[in-house]
Design a protein around this ligand. Structure first.
Ligand SMILES: CC(=O)SCCNC(=O)CCNC(=O)[C@H](O)C(C)(C)COP(=O)(O)OP(=O)(O)OC[C@H]1O[C@@H](n2cnc3c(N)ncnc32)[C@H](O)[C@@H]1OP(=O)(O)O
Length: 209
């Protein structure tokens, strides 16, 4: 066995670590977070950078970025892939991923989540606790589905969009890139890029960048 590097040492890192540990594929963990003064996290070593002299690179082939910011997570994953790290899919044992679904590297699928047949999920997504993605959905890169999100069949979501906790999206709706969907929103129509949408039914309240 070898080890898993977890980049980020915050709340999301805890659930990613928990899911990874339940997979039983790694015998050691190393956390990387430049913003913390301590030298351990959850009982495992914590370093500020992988250039730290204490890191034996050969001990760690696999790496996951456990950072909530969609853009930052994606950027770091690309950098670490260039450095030769494997970017495994982290799947909690209680999550379901259909054999007919395609999930790209660096994505995490947390406890009780479901990914149904013919769904496609891009690089570095977060499918958070109990989120469900139904048949034929397509998620771009760096998408985050918060806990309890429900996507009906054939939903499309663009790169770096974030769907807030408990939201639902009806079938065949297309959500653009860099969209924020607020908590408990009901999305019933297509949504353009770079907007924030809240409410039942969902309405645009902000346009960004
Ligand atoms: C494991 C985890 O923790 S994963 C993280 C899960 N967290 C989430 O899902 C959080 C989702 N975030 C939200 O819902 C936020 O409220 C956001 C991102 C939609 C909006 O945040 P901001 O851009 O800061 O907007 P702001 O708070 O200024 O609200 C703007 C207006 O929208 C309203 N509003 C904000 N969110 C919602 C919502 N979810 N539903 C309905 N109305 C909302 C506010 O009441 C406010 O209305 P007002 O102008 O009449 O007072």
């Amino acid at each position: 066995m070898s080890g898993l590097i977890i980049v980020g040492a915050g709340g999301h890192s805890k659930v990613v670590y928990d899911a990874a540990r339940e997979m039983g594929l790694w015998d050691r963990y190393l956390f990387v977070d430049g913003g913390l003064a301590q030298d351990s996290f959850l009982g495992w070593p914590l370093v500020k950078s992988l250039n730290d002299s204490n890191v034996v690179r050969e001990d760690y082939k696999d790496l996951v970025v456990a950072i909530g910011s969609n853009q930052v997570r994606h950027k770091l994953l690309m950098q670490y892939a260039e450095q030769g790290f494997n970017l495994p899919v982290i799947k909690h044992p209680t999550a379901y991923i259909s054999r007919g679904a395609v999930v790209q590297p660096g994505t995490v699928v947390l406890a009780q989540a479901a990914v149904n047949y013919s769904a496609q999920i891009g690089l570095g997504c977060i499918v958070n606790t109990s989120a469900s993605i139904d048949h034929d959905c397509q998620l771009g890169c760096g998408v985050h589905l918060s806990p309890g999100v429900r996507l009906a069949g054939g939903v499309k979501i663009g790169n770096f969009s974030w769907v807030g906790i408990g939201s639902s999206v009806i079938q065949h709706v297309a959500i653009g890139e860099n969209v924020i969907i607020g908590a408990q929103t009901a999305v019933i129509r297509d949504i353009e890029d770079n907007v924030t949408v809240v409410g039942v039914p969902g309405r645009i309240i902000k346009r960004h960048g």
